[in-house]
Design a protein around this ligand. Structure first.
Ligand code: G1P
Length: 288
């Protein structure tokens, strides 16, 4: 059984003022909130146990995946069959649990909150700011890599999603150095370095498949960059033991926490929808 952790406790300062009252994960991209894409990716990747790490003011996220009898009844009565089917299925096909992160002590700390709810590894971590449109689904690409690499590895391993970034973006990400001549075995991970501090340009996107003992590593870890318990430091510990591998994303990724990234994600999903031609006509019209 694959469990996934979806940290949603962050304040979303990059999305203010839109995210002052509405959690940033609930902002809509085309016809659904960002968090629904992340949950759907989890399901497509085989997860049956999804854990939200939440905080004050985030109950709308849990409500979104709960059963709404009034709404379902209304949609059924008014014969809005497609809407009814979508909403009915989503709230029933998954088991979602929530755990609170009472203090914001970093991404590693957020993941650690899920420790008591996960009993088998590897488990997935998906960050809501990174929206991934790909086939196979983002996290599924990690489980595929895991299955391939694990055949030749006795130890429990982790896999992270990577993508190359330009020098100007190195300091926005966790960066992984790769052992040459290997299938993306990672030798070192460093959180948000300056471009001169590492030769690598392989950035971690927000998808991780981690061995169960990651929780122990996080528990014993001292605070890292920005005074926070960084997930990247736990990855570095796995890398030092030769237990961490990279998987380069095959697909598209949008940084939904960034204004331009959010707009790009919207345009992308609108252009994949039945409304695509109307959107193209409108864009042509305003760009004249
Ligand atoms: C987090 C991680 C970072 C990773 C990034 C991906 O950073 O700490 O290692 O590269 O997500 O989006 P954040 O964007 O939350 O600052």
């Amino acid at each position: 059984m694959l469990s996934t952790v979806i940290p949603v406790a962050g304040l979303g300062t990059r999305s203010l003022p839109a995210s002052k009252v509405i959690p940033k994960e609930m902002l809509p991209v085309f016809d659904r909130p960002i968090i629904q894409y992340i949950v759907e990716e989890s399901i497509q990747s085989g997860a049956s146990n999804i854990i939200f790490v939440t905080s004050k003011g985030k109950t709308a996220i849990e409500d979104h995946f709960d059963i709404s009898f009034e709404l379902e009844h209304l949609l059924e009565r008014t014969k809005k069959t497609d809407l009814y089917k979508g909403i009915h299925a989503l709230s029933r096909e998954i088991s979602i649990q929530s755990v609170r992160q009472k203090e914001q002590l970093g991404l590693g700390h957020a993941v650690l909150m899920a420790k008591n709810l996960i009993h088998t590894g590897p488990f997935g971590v998906l960050l809501g700011d990174d929206m991934i449109d790909s086939n196979p689904a983002g996290l599924k690409q990690l489980t595929n890599t895991y299955d391939l690499v694990k055949k030749n590895q006795a130890a429990d391993i982790g896999v992270v999603m990577l993508s190359e970034v330009p020098d100007s973006e190195v300091s926005k990400y966790g960066i992984c150095e790769i052992k040459s001549g290997t299938d993306f075995q990672i030798t070192r991970c460093v959180e948000k370095p300056q471009p001169h501090e590492t030769k690598s340009r392989f950035a971690i996107l927000g998808r991780y498949l981690l061995p169960l003992d990651t929780f122990e590593i996080l528990e014993s870890q001292s605070r890292g960059a920005l005074g926070e318990i960084q997930l990247t430091d736990a990855l570095n510990a796995l890398a030092k033991q030769g237990r961490l591998f990279g998987c380069v994303l095959k697909g598209q990724r949008f940084d939904a926490g960034d204004r331009l990234g959010f707009l790009k994600a919207n345009i992308h999903y609108y252009l994949k929808s039945p409304m695509a031609q109307d959107v193209k006509n409108f864009l042509k019209e305003i760009l004249k």
